[in-house]
Design a protein. Structure first.
Length: 204
């Protein structure tokens, strides 16, 4: 099995590329969705958050979101503490999920903060979905109903797109050119590489 990481910043179209991969038959693990689930169901995360913020971080079986968000965005050190509790559990869950999808040749993990969270060490290849800054800002403003200043502030808090692009194994450019041919070429390239590796193993 090949584990593929999909990343990209705000307005890049990362989630749409992940959707195209799903339509092509790939199981896709959405780290945002799964992290929210695990924050309620995973006992290690619950213990970590309670130890950090107290019993009031949970109200019954739900998160006390105002408390958590207020702490999370207070400063970078607070965010790092929350991430150190959540991200390792998400990694473990993804690896379990990948095993449960062992019948598939390729599976994918979608994460906007793939490098920042260290998820790149549990995938075989990273695909960066890239778009020019002006396009990303316009998309995010239209999608979220926010101001340009708000979008720029959110973008500034993320890893630079050029850094992601340079670190990635593959780049899908989402600047208006067709995406489907790029996704198909990406999958064909990965399958060919896997075929070559399998052939080498057989010869050995």
């Amino acid at each position: 099995m090949v584990r593929l990481g999909i990343t990209g910043g705000i307005g890049s179209g990362k989630s749409y590329v992940a959707h195209l991969l799903e339509k092509a038959g790939l199981p896709v693990y959405d780290t945002d969705t799964e992290a929210k689930r695990l924050m309620l169901s995973d006992m290690d995360i619950r213990k970590g958050l309670v130890d950090l913020l107290g019993e009031e971080v949970y109200i019954g079986e739900k998160l006390n979101k105002p408390l958590l968000i207020g702490y999370l965005f207070a400063n970078e050190e607070h965010a790092a503490r929350i991430n150190s509790i959540v991200h390792p559990c998400v990694k473990k869950d993804f690896l379990r999920w990948a095993v449960s999808n062992a019948g598939h040749e390729i599976v994918a993990l979608e994460s906007a903060i793939l490098y920042e969270s260290g998820f790149d060490d549990v995938v075989d290849y990273v695909v960066a979905v890239y778009a020019p800054l002006d396009i990303r800002i316009k998309r995010a403003m239209e999608r979220d109903g926010t101001t340009e200043e708000q979008v720029r502030s959110r973008i500034a808090s993320q890893m630079d797109e050029e850094v992601k692009r340079n670190r990635a194994d593959f780049v899908v450019v989402n600047d208006g050119r067709p995406l489907l041919p790029q996704v198909e070429e990406l999958l064909n390239t990965i399958k060919n590489r896997k075929g070559e590796q399998d052939a080498c193993v057989c010869r050995i």
